[in-house]
Design a binder for this molecule. Sequence first.
Ligand code: ATP
Length: 253
Amino acid sequence: MTAEVPMAAPVPANAPAPVLELRGLHVAYGAIEAVKGIDLVVNEGEVVTLLGANGAGKTTTLQAISGLLRPRQGEVRFRDQRIDGIPPHEVVSLGIGHSPEGRRVFPLMSILENLQMGAYRFRRVPKEDLDRVFGLFPVLAQRRSQEAGTLSGGEQQMLAIGRALMGRPSLLLLDEPSMGLAPLIVAQIFDIIREINTQGTTVLLVEQNAAQALKLATRGYVLETGSIVMSAPAPELLSNPRVRAAYLGEAAD
Ligand code: ATP
């Protein structure tokens, strides 16, 4: 299938610097090619969303950025440094945080211990980072001694995002933060993502909930079977008939 990629808008002279760049990224699981040569840019201060159906390759892309998967071909660049092939703990140290699909909190550890794990790159857990996370998620502060496995899905999602923030990232990768959550909780989580971005963290947001993601994001990319088929400012994607039909359905408004 030939990918239909609209021409990018001209870049203004005062355009922000790219924080993350994927160039011709290929990622495979043995013979299965999950990501087939994608190009993607996230600029300083943006929220960029990567949309796509189940199995499109979204999680694989994030895992290649955070060092959990090694690309077969292509480059991952973070602030002008090539980071493909670098182990995950070094990627965290460079300033990339990853809140994984399915939250993956440590269920038998307390909230506080989970957050401390997120700060493993520091010799001592910085109090200001804990205060920041507890400020963003007061429910986590109230229950800091509670085992993470006993939290609701929404609270576990908050903990997964909080844990990623404890590494003090300048770029935060969020893998389907709305998955399996009630609409009211999804709205809360998206409000908090907006707040995290306002506080200065650049965000790459992977979502199936295209309606919510495009309301939050500056720009978006649409991934289909491992290829980027569209990239545009979020309002353009929101009004694009093909996006509306494939990803928004009745949720469009
Ligand atoms: P979802 O929202 O369902 O997680 P996704 O867009 O994140 O979808 P990926 O999880 O990246 O998609 O999967 C992309 C493709 O790679 C799919 O065809 C999937 O079956 C395949 N895949 C993912 N993980 C593995 C694995 N560990 N081994 C083999 N194939 C895999």
